[in-house]
Write a protein that binds this ligand. Sequence first.
Ligand code: OGA
Ligand code: MN
Length: 235
Amino acid sequence: MRLLITVARRIHKRPLCSPTSYLSSAASCSGAATNSGLQFRDDQLVSGLTGELVQRLRGQVEVRTEFISEEEEGALMKELEPGLRKKRYEFDHWDDAIHGYRETERAQWGAVCEGVMDRLRAVAFSEGSPLLGPVHVLDLDKAGYIKPHIDSVKFCGSTIAGLSLLSDSVMRLVREDEPAEWLNLFLPRRSLYILRDQARYKFTHEILKDAESIFSGQRVPRHRRISVICRNLPV
Ligand code: OGA
Ligand code: MN
């Protein structure tokens, strides 16, 4: 059975551009360790067409490295893996926003994971903001990727917050009515990203496939990646 969230994504078809045309200054220095071995400072996790665009979306696009510990990642995997393993990765729905994935939802967590969810909710949502009931869990195969889309405005509110487990990845945002305006986000394993307001409504988001997974001129190998995503409800 398809989950509500699957039908709730709107796919955006647009011409593919070579990722190399997106390069801004290469950056590799001290900062959070990642499973690709790449290291970026926190202020280098978002790159874009211009520094002005990055500034304009400050506060609406956030990446927090090391949001969860290795132990917490292990606890999440322990809870999620048995259910996910019963499902098959889906590759053949050409019109889906996502290629090579399986997904589930989760409402109840053990103590360690519930602690993570509490922390996530506290940083991403304002108090009392009603959330979409269950948390969405998306398991992308190594060959999987997420095409440009905007989450349904009918079912989801102004904020999308996601944890990345198992693999680093690159998320790209492209302004819907101005495709030249783009941002790339480096999402290290165990980081949290938050998209809000304009970044959520006016920009498509996507997770790049392994072959195109490049950030600031550096290859970001994409392995199997699991995201744990919280959304609020529309007002
Ligand atoms: C989605 C989505 C992003 C992610 O499921 O709509 O955009 O981090 N997921 O998996
Ligand atoms: Mn989405």
